[in-house]
Design a protein around this ligand. Structure first.
Ligand code: SF4
Ligand SMILES: [Zn+2]
Ligand SMILES: [Zn+2]
Length: 316
């Protein structure tokens, strides 16, 4: 027998082990939207005349984030929403999702900017993978992972932040879901990287970075996938050919197994971290940011990570 929705008794489409609720499509949508709104209100309250940039890859998470921002703020004439897509230059992968991204912004009538690694750095991700021998050398000598995803993430983040700043954005929304957040927190613990733990959470205007909003950070990945599917949103159809991230995959497996045996683990991890971070930030006093001596972008060293990765020289 099909389980009934706890709120209206029509057939349920999802069971949430961590809440014990069965929900129908209508109440599942309401639940996702309520959680996103609550996260925004508590952590990154939107103000009058805010310009919200949304990092939009065309995959399920960023599509869900964009749709939610559109549903929540699209009707407000004082709020401008701009989708930003970064084309890393990954053949057979990104070109497809960029097409999907274009279609979605057109359908919703949302402004859309596309920037590329090639224009910004003179090289595509595919070219960088070969040039830096990333496939052969996934680990540095001190066993840190330095595969394609480390490069790609840093380089993408830099263009996103810069583009958002150029259009006068006051907030930058990204599609990280609960699983991404819990995995990153665990990874930073495993690496013993306390400073990164704090920076990961606390990007604010003070940092020289635009406030990063993560409206999906309390919603499990499976639910975002279902929400995207039921709303007919773009989904990743192919895997990125450079995807490796062995450590993250291990952490994902570990957390999923914990979640199955102890529902609510991921949520507890993220909530506990939220309580801890302000205390650590105070104790470490790491609020000061510098500007990269090469490109001028905000960073916490003399030269930003992107410039280090691209081995740019001063006055290049
Ligand atoms: S899987 Fe890694 S290399 Fe591929 S797009 Fe994502 S971050 Fe970039
Ligand atoms: Zn219902
Ligand atoms: Zn730099």
């Amino acid at each position: 027998m099909t389980a009934k929705c706890r709120k209206c008794s029509t057939p349920a489409i999802i069971y949430q082990p961590y809440s014990g609720l069965h929900l129908c499509k209508k109440h599942f949508f309401e639940d996702v939207e309520r959680k996103a709104k609550l996260t925004i209100r508590r952590r990154y309250p939107v103000k009058k005349n805010d310009v919200i940039a949304v990092g939009f890859s065309g995959g399920k998470d960023s599509s869900a984030a964009l749709l939610l921002m559109h549903k929540i703020f699209g009707g407000r004439p004082d709020i401008r929403i701009v989708a930003i897509t970064i084309d890393e230059g990954i053949n057979g992968y990104r070109n497809h999702s960029i097409e999907q991204a274009r279609e979605m912004t057109k359908r919703l009538g949302i402004e859309h900017i596309i920037k590329s690694f090639k224009d910004e750095y003179g090289k595509t991700m595919d070219e960088l993978v070969v040039e830096k021998k990333m496939i052969e050398n996934h680990y540095s000598e001190d066993k840190k992972e330095v595969g394609p995803c480390s490069y790609c993430g840093v380089l993408r983040k830099k263009i996103l932040n810069k583009t958002a700043r150029d259009i006068g954005a006051t907030k930058l929304a990204i599609g990280h879901n609960l699983d991404d957040e819990a995995q990153t927190i665990m990874l930073n613990h495993f690496r013993g990287d306390v400073e990164r733990m704090v920076r990961f959470s606390a990007a604010s205007e003070l940092d020289g970075f635009i406030i990063r909003m993560k409206p999906l950070r309390k919603i499990p990945e499976k639910e975002i996938a279902l929400y995207a599917y039921l709303n007919d949103l773009p989904m990743e159809l192919t895997a990125c050919p450079h995807s490796f991230g062995a450590l993250r995959k291990e952490v994902r497996r570990l957390l999923n197994s914990f979640e199955t045996n102890h529902p609510g683990t991921k949520y507890a991890l993220v909530s506990g971290y939220d309580t801890l971070v302000p205390l650590i930030a105070q104790a470490l006093d790491i609020s000061e940011m510098k500007n990269c001596q090469i490109c001028g972008e905000p960073c916490n060293d003399d030269v930003c990570q992107a410039c280090k990765m691209l081995e740019k020289k001063r006055n290049d």
